[in-house]
Design a protein around this ligand. Structure first.
Ligand SMILES: CC(C)(COP(=O)(O)OP(=O)(O)OC[C@H]1O[C@@H](n2cnc3c(N)ncnc32)[C@H](O)[C@@H]1OP(=O)(O)O)[C@@H](O)C(=O)NCCC(=O)NCCS
Length: 386
């Protein structure tokens, strides 16, 4: 064994607590429950801003002037065009295909129809990020309609991103409250430092690969139940509970059987996720508007019950971003197995910002493993192996 091998630091499971790069895109203080995008507190942004403005902020590092925002919105609307070949491909997929897998395949396919897919210059990156922002929402809405036997709906240029998505999904003028709630959701999930999928995107970008490859990698990572798919499992859990009266008995059984409460706990936040409060407020507004309160009531009660439990207190387990995202998306009429692609529809902004940051100051990301296997084994011919 070489000296390098002997002096390697021990690996922390899951890279927990390890700093792997400098970044100026977002700041997370897990102990204080603070999230900032480019220096702006997420609660301030949720109260005053909207998704497209935040996309500009994350991509460019400053809030836009009125003229910059107008230009950005015009550019983003022009990016909603979907190559017809992608719609044909979506029609040919199995109707029961997993929407997140569809999204992953579609982004990979979109590269073939993007004139700048192999161009990694900053200008090409900006164009591709804009196109992916528009196209991802288009893929999601189109596949949702195709699998229900309906025709995809063309985007509208007069609507903001969230409202246009609801339009493409339903073919109906979007309800302003629903559009506002979705806009807030997209804003709140747009970026979150070095989470698993963002890290994946940066690893792919660090090899000099293209943006579509980086986003395809990120989508594969987001698909997992400990990351992006937790929101779907959180909703499945609320549906299983069924009514606020059942929360306590459900919780006792879950604890007795050692099941995790989905939408609780976080690798970085040791207090309530700062995105939970604005998401919860939107769930409540939607519940008041639709008259369907049960999912809001179940979530509120489950959070209260969990926060009183010593197991959750001792481990600093609190509501994370998924806990209230689940009932919010449900109240917007989004099918549960499409919740994770909705996450991607928002996070595409953060991923593309990180790929740009990685490319702007790149060094190949190539960590080490702490090898714990055997060494220098003797070769045995196949007939002598037992
Ligand atoms: C997010 C998550 C993966 C973080 O994981 P992590 O930082 O690796 O933490 P661990 O899995 O090591 O959990 C630490 C302890 O808390 C417990 N725990 C973590 N999340 C829990 C949950 N949601 N419900 C019950 N117990 C939980 C673990 O069992 C472990 O207990 P132990 O120390 O007695 O073994 C984890 O909290 C989780 O699985 N949450 C549910 C899924 C979810 O909502 N994911 C979305 C994240 S935004």
């Amino acid at each position: 064994m070489s000296n390098t091998e002997a002096t390697k630091p021990a690996a922390g499971a899951g890279l927990a607590g390890q700093v792997v790069a400098d970044s100026s895109i977002s700041f997370v203080d897990g102990a204080a429950g603070i999230l900032e995008y480019r220096g702006y507190d997420i609660r301030e942004l949720a109260a005053h801003s909207h998704f497209e403005e935040v996309a500009f902020l994350l991509w460019n590092g400053h809030l836009p002037t009125a003229q910059e925002l107008a230009e950005m919105k015009a550019q983003a609307r022009a990016c909603r065009f979907m190559p017809p070949e992608i719609i044909s491909a979506l029609r040919n997929l199995p109707k029961d295909a997993e929407p997140m897998a569809v999204m992953r395949s579609a982004v990979s396919l979109l590269a073939h129809y993007d004139p700048e897919s192999e161009d990694n210059t900053p200008l090409a990156h900006q164009h591709k990020a804009c196109r992916l922002l528009g196209q991802i929402s288009g893929v999601l809405a189109a596949f949702e309609r195709i699998r229900k036997g309906e025709e995809p709906v063309k985007p509208r240029m007069d609507l903001d991103h969230a409202a246009n998505f609801l339009w493409m999904l339903t073919g109906e003028d979007p309800d302003p409250l629903a559009a506002r709630a979705l806009d807030q959701y997209l804003l709140l999930l747009a970026e979150h430092e070095f989470n698993a999928s963002t890290f994946t995107a940066r690893v792919t970008a660090s090899t000099g690969s293209d943006l579509h490859s980086a986003i395809t990698s990120a989508l594969g990572t987001l698909k997992g139940p400990l990351h992006g798919a937790a929101v779907q499992e959180a909703m499945a859990q609320f549906l299983e509970i069924g009514s606020a009266e059942n929360v306590e008995s459900w919780f006792e059984l879950a604890r007795a059987e050692g099941h995790r409460v989905m939408g609780m706990g976080h690798r970085v936040y040791k207090v309530r996720d700062p995105r939970a409060a604005p998401l919860m407020a939107n769930v409540e507004s939607m519940a008041q508007s639709t008259g369907e309160r049960e999912w809001f009531d179940i979530a509120r009660k489950l959070e209260t019950v969990a926060m009183q439990d010593p197991y959750f207190q001792e481990r600093n387990l609190s509501a994370n971003v998924d806990f209230y995202s689940a009932p919010l998306l449900y109240s917007l009429g989004i099918p549960v197995n499409t919740f994770t692609p909705m996450f991607a529809m928002s996070r595409i902004v953060g991923w593309t910002a990180h790929v740009y940051e990685q490319q702007a100051n790149n060094r190949l990301i190539r960590p080490l493993a702490n090898y714990v296997g055997a060494h220098q084994l003797p070769w045995a011919p196949i007939e002598q192996r037992g």
